[in-house]
Design a binder for this molecule. Structure first.
Ligand SMILES: NC(=O)c1ccc[n+]([C@@H]2O[C@H](COP(=O)([O-])OP(=O)(O)OC[C@H]3O[C@@H](n4cnc5c(N)ncnc54)[C@H](O)[C@@H]3O)[C@@H](O)[C@H]2O)c1
Ligand SMILES: [Zn+2]
Length: 343
């Protein structure tokens, strides 16, 4: 497992200087093509790029096939390098494509959404969704380099800030009370501004789990807090053809799993109430998209963390402390889903 080297970039020109147009091919989606790659092309007009339609519904093997075909048309060989410029969808799928094309070519992650900067581009998980199951096809292959350019956040739509903050709050909830408090304070000042310090703090928390447990055999599972119920909600929405943002699904999933932490892990009720309040935006945004329990239950039974057919959750002990591999009764999960479905 390689520890990703994060290369901070202060200006689009400096980013352009790090590229090699002879070997590099950019992968982006329709939005990052316009907002992030177009300014880069002004600096390096000869850069080649491949773009696909933005959205989680396109994080599929079918899109991968289209990208492989375009790589072949560009004459990409084993010396080529894929530069993945985008949010979590581009970073996850781009890493998968680069790792499988010709049995693996180099790639660099250039996260452009807050969520990808603090989470998706860190830790080596790459892959695509399959039959509406989230990230079902993929593996772990770390990027060697990540270019971190905060300037890209200037065009990020408002709701994507909410999405990115969900994973940052998760980092605080499972591992650092001070990070959680700093995030809430920052939010009072501005909804769509964030300091480099908060971003690097989140990256450090994620990295600390990844480095100690790269293949998610133990402690790394804590990063899945909010994701068992969150992924089920996201998958159910995908199956109905109305993709729900990953960050929103995780936000509402964290509310449900905080509720479960009270039921099954003795989390203090007052602490849980304060967490619900701080996450309430996620519930109000997602509530209309929460499917009935039976549909979610079907997806939860396919969760990648299950062991011997049993559902395993990460639950909170306190703010900044979590426990993984918690087995929870179906009835308690049902109550947690009812809790979020009632807003
Ligand atoms: N590999 C991991 O460890 C990991 C961790 C967390 C999430 N993920 C995955 O990441 C994905 C979610 O990532 P996401 O929230 O970034 O979604 P996304 O990639 O769909 O990006 C969100 C939206 O913002 C747009 N966008 C991105 N950067 C922009 C910019 N600078 N300006 C304007 N628009 C921009 C995108 O085009 C898209 O429409 C999910 O597929 C999730 O499963 C992976
Ligand atoms: Zn996530």
């Amino acid at each position: 497992m390689i520890n990703t080297e994060i290369i901070p970039v202060n200006h689009i020109r400096d980013f352009a200087d790090l590229l090699d147009p002879g070997r590099d091919i950019i992968l982006c989606d329709s939005n990052t093509a316009e907002h992030c790659v177009a300014p880069l092309l002004k600096e390096v007009p000869q850069l080649r790029y491949i773009s696909f339609e933005a959205g989680e519904q396109n994080k599929t093997l079918k899109t991968c096939e289209e990208v492989y075909s375009k790589l072949i048309a560009f004459g990409a060989d084993r010396t080529s390098r894929l530069i993945c410029v985008g949010g979590g969808v581009v970073c996850d799928m781009g890493a998968f494509i680069a790792s499988t094309y010709m049995r693996g070519i180099d790639f660099i992650s250039v996260p452009t959404s807050l969520l990808a900067m603090v989470d998706a581009a860190i830790g080596g998980k790459c892959g695509v969704d399959f039959m509406d199951y989230k990230n079902y096809i993929g593996f772990i292959n770390n990027n060697v380099h990540l270019f971190l350019y905060l300037g890209f956040l200037s065009t990020l739509p408002q709701r994507e800030w909410l999405n990115g903050r969900a994973e940052m709050l998760k980092h605080g909830l499972i591992a650092s009370k001070s990070h959680y408090i700093s995030l809430l304070e920052n939010l009072k000042i501005a909804e769509n501004k964030i300091s480099l310090q908060l971003i690097t703090d989140s990256i450090e928390i994620k990295n600390s789990f990844v480095v100690n447990d790269p293949y998610e055999r133990g402690e790394r599972k804590k990063l899945n807090f909010g994701h068992t119920i969150g992924h089920a909600i996201e998958s159910a929405a995908l199956a109905e053809g109305k993709a729900l943002d990953h960050g929103l699904a995780v936000g509402v999933g964290m509310i449900a799993e905080t509720y479960l932490s009270v039921l099954s892990n003795n989390l203090d009720k007052d602490i849980a109430n304060s967490i619900y309040l701080n996450l309430e935006n996620y519930n109000s945004e997602a509530v209309s998209q929460i499917s009935d329990f039976n549909t979610l239950w079907t997806f939860m039974q396919k969760d990648k963390k299950n062991r011997n057919g049993k559902l395993m959750f990460t639950l909170l002990n306190d703010i900044g402390s979590a426990k993984h591999n918690c087995e929870v009764e179906e009835e308690q999960i049902r109550r947690a889903v009812e809790f979020i479905a009632n807003g």
